[in-house]
Design a protein around this ligand. Structure first.
Ligand SMILES: [Ca+2]
Ligand SMILES: [Ca+2]
Ligand SMILES: [Ca+2]
Ligand SMILES: [Ca+2]
Length: 480
């Protein structure tokens, strides 16, 4: 959950990042093909802020999950074992051993078929609970709770005055967890408050249901700076990377950083962060498509562990704004072949010619092929002039989901393809949470599955009808 906290500094609007639009399009166009949309929730009320994971030991086994209308109402979960034809639907975390779940749930399968979930609960916003499923997501049990610590000397009067959950005796609380798996490990990173710094904890994994204790939290050195809205990735040798932005609040902008723990569960800690990019998207940057919730830069990572020609390459995506508070936001892409020491120049992935918003990007690598795909919410079809991309005559407030992919390690990308069949509008949800803080995607064996919240009712089974509350959608996008 992103709590609105005190306004913080803006960076200079003149500090523009040089950007190159993707020029080469050497892969086959996929425009015009029809992609079936799947409504995985079919539940009254809003399902928003979504995660998805595919079981690498059984790619027909897919799990989607979302927060539910209002916080502390548990999570909506749907599980399929037949590639999305039928779903076992369940609300979890309204009570019981998992706790009363708020939000910020994220999922990751590992190579043994364990499904890991990080999330936030009401009774312990000061911890990051970790749940595990050994049956493909049908049942989840809480197996750990990471207690954030307070980095030395990081408490500022400003932070001490911040509103938010009551502080625990340790003086630290957690927000925005993310979770990722490697060959033999699982890692979680999160924002520790009040210092607003990134911490991470990992555990060894030996088999299905067989894992070690989570390590004491490791702090990413931030030299007095802040870190929030992070993501976690584990490399092929067990190394761990986090990314985050330094602005928790405000619309102005942020610096996006990466930091590496070179030996993962080994004794070395995170090295000094490196600047990845400067974005004009701040911590709560309001755009017409998320008028209530706003967006952050939503930096995300994916690491190629495929053993293919780009094995070891780590990918980063984030959101840029072209002109501060222009609401013209784009999805940017970079990669590194040296564990984040150096990065390729940022390129824009959305190929629209509009001043409209792209936001909440998600990235996934198909570890069976090394293909990489990116999806995001996009208002590119909403010019406010009617037609299928515009529900209300107002420009840039209606969204669809679009995607692209690369078959050559990010050197070139396919022309963008539209994934969502319908057009959604967050103002119609009756909730200021809009679509939530993020979307996710998963990718396995040439099938890319973005997950998103949708009120278009394009599948004609949303219990709230058309352009009201959100259902949780996915689609199977075949990537050649
Ligand atoms: Ca901005
Ligand atoms: Ca280490
Ligand atoms: Ca519109
Ligand atoms: Ca719904």
């Amino acid at each position: 959950m992103r709590e609105r906290r005190l306004l913080t500094m803006f960076f200079s609007p003149s500090a523009a990042l040089a950007v190159a639009v993707v020029a080469a399009m050497t892969v086959p166009a996929t425009a015009g093909r029809t992609i079936s949309n799947i409504n995985t929730s079919v539940e009254p009320g809003n399902q928003a802020e979504d995660a998805i994971a595919i079981n690498p030991t059984d790619p027909q086994n897919i799990v989607t999950i979302s927060s539910r209308s209002g916080h502390f109402r548990g999570l909506f979960k749907a599980v399929t074992f037949d590639g999305g034809k039928t779903w076992a639907r369940q609300v979890i975390g309204k009570r019981g051993p998992l706790g009363v779940i708020c939000c910020d749930e994220q999922l990751a399968f590992d190579r043994f078929g364990n499904l890991w979930m990080a999330y936030l609960v009401r009774s312990g916003l000061d911890t990051v609970p970790i749940a595990l499923s050994s049956d493909g997501g049908l049942t989840l049990r809480k197996v750990a709770a990471i207690v954030p610590t307070k980095p030395t000397g990081s408490r500022s009067p400003e932070n001490a005055a911040a509103k938010g959950p009551a502080l625990r005796a340790s003086g630290a609380t957690a927000d925005q967890p993310s979770i990722s798996t490697g060959q033999n490990s699982v890692w979680v990173s999160y924002t520790s408050f009040p210092s607003v710094t990134i911490q991470a904890s990992g555990a060894s994994v030996r088999g299905l249901g067989d894992f070690g204790s989570f390590s004491p939290p490791e702090s990413v050195p931030t030299s007095g700076g802040r870190g929030d809205y992070g993501d976690t990735a584990v490399g092929p040798d067990g190394q761990v990377m986090v990314t985050y932005q330094d602005q928790t609040n405000g619309q102005g902008g942020s610096h996006i950083y990466v930091a590496l723990d070179p030996d993962g569960l080994g004794p070395a800690g995170f090295g000094d962060p490196r600047l990845l990019a400067r974005s004009r998207v701040g911590g709560f940057d309001y755009i017409p498509a998320q008028r209530g919730r706003s967006v952050d830069a939503e930096a995300n990572l994916a690491w190629d562990k495929s053993g293919g020609s780009h094995n070891g390459r780590v990918y980063a995506i984030w959101t840029q704004e072209n002109g501060n508070e222009s609401d013209d936001t784009d999805v940017m892409f970079q990669y590194s072949d040296d564990n984040g020491a150096t990065w390729s120049a940022a390129v824009r992935l959305n190929d629209d010619q509009t001043p409209n918003s792209q936001f909440n990007p998600a990235i996934a690598v198909d570890q069976t092929t090394g293909l990489v795909a990116i999806s995001s919410s996009a208002a590119r079809a909403d010019l406010g002039s009617g037609g299928p991309g515009d529900t209300d005559g107002v420009p840039n407030d209606d969204t669809q989901v679009w995607a692209t992919y690369s078959r050559d390690g990010g050197a070139t990308f396919a022309p963008n393809l539209r994934v969502s069949k319908g057009t959604s509008n967050a103002d119609d949800t009756g909730s200021s949470f809009d679509y939530g803080d993020y979307t996710h995607a998963s990718f396995q064996s040439h099938l890319f599955y973005p997950v998103w919240s949708d009120n278009s009712n394009s599948t004609a089974d949303n219990p709230n009808g058309t352009l009201h509350q959100l259902d949780l959608y996915t689609a199977s996008v075949s990537i050649p």
